[in-house]
Write a protein that binds this ligand. Structure first.
Ligand SMILES: Cc1cc2nc3c(=O)[nH]c(=O)nc-3n(C[C@H](O)[C@H](O)[C@H](O)COP(=O)(O)OP(=O)(O)OC[C@H]3O[C@@H](n4cnc5c(N)ncnc54)[C@H](O)[C@@H]3O)c2cc1C
Length: 590
């Protein structure tokens, strides 16, 4: 049940917190929940970050609170001016009516939270933006090793694959993907949902053999190797995770191969999270970066009833101010290492480890030109596919980072859509490149076989140069896109302090909008169960011998490390744990 809003106290609290400049910037602050933190029957929950995880946490917190008749007040702090985090769009030609996904661009039919939300919010789906040319090729830096027309009939595509790779390996891969995804999907259901330990669930669901091996090892262990793994599977892991199968763990490798029913939301996937936040009734603080978290009452020995004090900086004033509400729960819904938050000593009971992330250059631009066949070492007459994925060349190795792109030098180029250039009124193509390094004019000159000037953009008001400009509009962006996801068998747990939750441990397990939304939902459920005095999220071993609240003794204890870096297994090492031996799980040799 929601309490009626005490708007006066809410407004007073906001004014206390905000600088005069912020107080005038009304859209940055959306008043939702009652801010009276003296009412002990109401849980005050702070969510830091309004990406997939934070938005889902807010939305599900509101839903569970209504379902179980408990009271929560939610405040969301978001550093940027938008909801969605790494799910965001940009406007080609700076035209607000046109939108292209810059970050997370697709989700699949098995992404239950996203699909249900799209339906509930009345959003409209569309095909992902690779429709202007349905032909797809895989390039190894020397030659196109595979080409397919994705608009041809299902049988013709199948025949094409079988002709090149035989029937057994593609079938085995498909079966393995289905089997692995089915195991993962059990995480949505009782007794596996909710969960206090991701590591535990990796073992409960027999997913540790997949996370504990590289994609290559996991495939080999299932009799999948050779050209199909090298070309098709690796092209998928490179476009989805900018990583080769010799480095990426097996679970992410399976996820990269599971695009059945790929879809997107018309106008941008971020709208799912925008609606989630709206429905949560939370107070939303945009352009507000949390700078520190400490106990509200210092010196208190009793951390079980801890309350937290947050300080934050508004982008316009740059003043670091204490937020006027004390919080019972904090949900840190972003990778801690990039958050610039100082967490006071004693607040974290579990160390949050730094995770190596991929630094990915995403460049979107428009051009009237198509790729030059010469770039791909082909005859000039050859029609090239609109989407070119890449794999390693014969002499390349699987190193991650820039070298990991191999001879190809980039991970993928997709022709997203045909657009009409508003200046020239001529049809052009919108392209997206994923690369480990900045895209240069020299690279684009080779790609299109025309001279691309040092500055990509045509002079303003110069129609003639706009007409011939090979790059009429461009937008480069660098993301810490997702973890490098090397093999590991332990993961950061979602509870990191008393009433203090962390969602981004999910990213080393599987990094997608859906999985982070699942973690947000999981944390929401744990908070509401805690309010109800219900013990949940514990072990459900295969023989049911352990109580629901009981935690398996893990390699990482509550006070210590082990769930992060320490859990990373070096490529080539074989995981030493066996899921069937859960209760006696030996310490993983780190
Ligand atoms: C280029 C790219 C392509 C991708 N493609 C796909 C795809 O096709 N499908 C898919 O499912 N996934 C894809 N992903 C992955 C997906 O985007 C992420 O897994 C997911 O969006 C992460 O959500 P999150 O909420 O955990 O984190 P984020 O989206 O990063 O949200 C965290 C939020 O916290 C905010 N924040 C950080 N620090 C503070 C602070 N101190 N105070 C206040 N706020 C703070 C940030 O501004 C941000 O909005 C892609 C990612 C990238 C980068």
């Amino acid at each position: 049940m929601r309490l009626p809003c005490d708007l006066q106290s809410a407004a007073a609290a906001l004014l206390l917190f905000t600088s005069p400049a912020l107080a005038r910037r009304i859209p940055d602050v959306i008043e939702g929940d009652n801010l009276d933190d003296k009412d002990t029957s109401v849980r005050q929950v702070a969510i830091i970050g309004a990406g997939a995880a934070g938005s889902s946490a807010a939305y599900h917190l509101r839903k569970y609170a209504a379902q179980y008749n408990v009271n929560v007040n939610i405040t969301i702090f978001e550093k940027t001016d938008h909801i969605g985090g790494r799910t965001l769009t940009i406007n080609p030609y700076d035209d607000p009516s046109l939108r292209l996904e810059l970050g997370a661009s697709i989700f699949i039919e098995k992404n239950y939270i996203l699909n249900q939300s799209v339906e509930e919010f009345g959003l409209r789906k569309k095909d992902p933006d690779v429709g202007s040319d349905p032909k797809m090729g895989i390039w190894d830096g020397e030659k196109l090793v595979f080409e397919i027309d994705t608009s041809s009939s299902w049988i013709s595509q199948l025949w094409h694959i079988v002709w090149k790779y035989g029937i057994r390996t593609p079938k085995r891969t498909n079966d393995l993907v289905q089997e692995t995804v089915s195991k993962f999907l059990r995480m949505y259901e009782e007794p596996y949902f909710p969960f206090k330990s991701l590591t535990q669930r990796a073992y409960d669901l027999d997913l540790a053999p997949a996370t504990g091996a590289t994609g290559e090892e996991f495939l080999k262990a299932n009799n999948i190797y050779g050209a199909y793994a090298h070309d098709i599977v690796q092209a998928s892991t490179r476009v989805n995770y900018a990583t080769n199968i010799g480095r990426l763990h097996g679970l992410d490798t399976m996820v990269a191969m599971a695009p059945a029913g790929a879809t997107a939301v018309q106008g941008g996937n971020w709208q799912i999270f925008q609606k989630m936040v709206e429905r949560s009734g939370a107070t939303i603080m945009l352009n507000t970066s949390v700078s520190s978290i400490s106990f509200a009452k210092t010196g208190s020995e009793d951390t079980t009833s801890a309350r937290y004090r947050l300080r934050a900086i508004h982008s316009s004033s740059q003043e670091d101010t204490s937020y006027p509400v004390e919080f019972d729960n904090v949900i840190l819904a972003n990778p801690y290492q990039f958050s610039d938050i100082n967490i006071a000593d004693g607040v974290l009971e579990t160390h949050i480890d730094e995770i190596p992330y991929v630094r990915l250059h995403v460049t979107i631009f428009t051009s009237p030109f198509r790729y030059s066949p010469g770039f791909f070492g082909l005859e000039n007459s050859k029609a090239l596919p609109g989407t070119v994925l890449t794999t390693l060349g014969k002499t390349d190795n699987a190193t991650s980072g820039v070298a990991g792109a191999g001879s190809a030098g980039f991970f993928s180029i997709s022709m997203l859509r045909k657009l009409v250039n508003p200046k020239t009124q001529k049809e052009e193509y919108a392209y997206k490149i994923f690369s480990p390094e900045k895209v240069t004019p020299e690279f684009l000159s080779r790609l299109f076989g025309v001279k691309v000037p040092e500055t990509f953009i045509a002079e303003p008001n110069d129609q003639s140069s706009a007409e011939v400009s090979p790059i009429s509009w461009y937008y480069p962006h660098v993301f810490y896109s997702y973890p490098k996801a090397e093999p590991r068998v332990t993961f950061q747990d979602p509870i990191v302090g008393a009433g203090f939750y962390y969602t981004s441990g999910m990213e080393s397990f599987i990094s997608t909008m859906e999985t982070n939304a699942l973690m947000g939902k999981n944390v929401a459920r744990l908070i509401v169960d805690d309010m109800r005095g219900v013990e949940s999220g514990g072990v459900q071993s295969h023989d049911g011998s352990l109580a629901p609240g009981q935690q398996l003794k893990m390699t990482c204890d509550r006070a210590g490390r082990g769930a992060g870096k320490g859990g990373v297994r070096k490529a080539g090492e074989v995981p030493k744990t066996r899921p069937t031996e859960l209760p006696e799980m030996p310490l993983v040799d780190l």
